[in-house]
Design a protein around this ligand. Sequence first.
Ligand code: FAD
Ligand code: NAD
Length: 479
Amino acid sequence: MNKLNVDVAVIGAGTAGLSAYRAARAQGARTVLIENGPYGTTCARVGCMPSKLLIAASEAAHMLHAAAAFGVHAGTIRVDGRAVMERVQRERDRFVGFVLDGMDDIPAADKLRGRARFTGPQALQVDEHTLIEAARVVIATGSSPVRLPELVGGGPGVITSDDLFDLTELPESVAVIGTGVIGLELGQALSRLGVRVTLFARGGSMAQLTDPAVLHTATRLFARELALGLQTRMVRAAQEDGQVALTWADALGKESTERFRYVLVAAGRTPNVANLGLEHTGLALGANGVPLFDSRTMQCGSSHIFIAGDASDERPVLPEAADQGKIAGENAGRYPDVRPGLRRTPLTIAFTEPNIAVLGEGYRALCACGMPKFAVGAASFENQGRSRVMLQNRGLLRVYGEYGSGRFLGAEMIAPRAEHLAHTLAWACQAGMCVQQMLAMPFYHPVVEEGVRTALRDLAANLVRGESGVDAADSEPGT
Ligand SMILES: Cc1cc2nc3c(=O)[nH]c(=O)nc-3n(C[C@H](O)[C@H](O)[C@H](O)COP(=O)(O)OP(=O)(O)OC[C@H]3O[C@@H](n4cnc5c(N)ncnc54)[C@H](O)[C@@H]3O)c2cc1C
Ligand SMILES: NC(=O)c1ccc[n+]([C@@H]2O[C@H](COP(=O)([O-])OP(=O)(O)OC[C@H]3O[C@@H](n4cnc5c(N)ncnc54)[C@H](O)[C@@H]3O)[C@@H](O)[C@H]2O)c1
């Protein structure tokens, strides 16, 4: 066995690990970066980038169909599935290439290939070839798609987002399990590219939404476009003539079977902490098996171990992986001088059409006891001027503000261009603005942001009206 002594060992060379490695190095720490899978990061290889490439192709197809309503006719619309997947893979490989170039810039002595696991609080073993004594460790091992044991009979026809982008052409049909962010983004994209898609979910959730009114609008909008099997339970899958026969049960227990070319399981992701030997660290673990940590410092307990990215199971999106990695790496580098790092206003965006976004405190979080008493403002996009001009007049925005102070707390929405609306609102939230200050900001005309102003005006009026107002969506937040 080789032996290595380092100040900091970073486990995982994804977005969080790379960020941690750079930050620890910048503190002058002798740092090693350990990776057991392919270099290139989840985001670039099988996550953000290939999924957005597939969505971009689907938007092109959708625009051709939508054009007729403007009196613009494209003729026969043909989707060349092979060409779609070729572009997805070509552009994905380009993005992965940038990450690989970055890996080449890291000195060879700082990189180690193999699976790392703890054999003691400061001892790591990498495969069967290296023992590392590490004064500090950053766990940045990412997450993996959940696999459903009841579908194992479907064999290679049961896939996850790790497999989808390697298909060489678009399949004829796909059953998507899960109406979370991945299920909705990929399910809608495939459907708009002409694939027969059915989306199944055990509950009624839609992406990250927790506001019942927005959730209701989202369900209504997606049900117009997609075959939705909500409140269903997967029973089994079987391979039949190159297809998967999928059997599910509805809410009453009635079973149905349908054949699909693929079953895409998008039922969540679990943090990669199971086989890390955490039992040798002495760290206290949460119910999800993740060490308990301080989200300002990313420090696990008061130990020399830090955690970042999807492995932390806190906010499993790319910007958070980068931020958490920087905080964890900096603190590991200068330990025991551990300092709080920059945590931003939470922001998540699902790149469906319309986009879904949640920022600041979501509705469910605000309903928890101990949270500020809040009022709600709402704006529908059904008659919003610019949205109607563009034939994208669908959706609902709900904004939340604190009684008394008028402080803007957060928002949930399914709305045209919500990708951009959510950024503006998240910036206002992080800046600690109150609703009246936001209304004093410029709004051009005609723009989708005028819908935001409508919601803020409604919120301002409800804040003045006082605490007696009962929220129209006064029911259990989304399941
Ligand atoms: C389909 C999809 C679409 C997404 N779209 C978006 C999006 O649009 N926007 C967004 O913000 N986020 C998106 N995400 C989420 C985003 O990709 C992740 O939050 C982010 O990539 C997590 O980075 P990470 O560094 O924590 O993990 P990773 O990049 O997965 O890095 C972890 C690394 O650790 C390695 N590893 C694990 N265990 C060990 C071990 N024991 N020893 C050595 N190495 C190990 C793994 O091989 C891996 O390379 C998407 C995710 C998916 C799956
Ligand atoms: N645009 C983005 O930022 C983006 C895009 C894709 C993924 N991501 C990240 O990836 C993470 C994982 O995404 P995801 O969509 O897989 O997870 P998710 O947690 O968002 O959704 C999981 C879905 O699967 C369903 N489900 C869970 N177990 C099930 C079961 N046994 N049977 C049937 N349905 C089941 C849930 O009800 C839910 O609908 C997200 O939390 C997000 O952080 C982000």
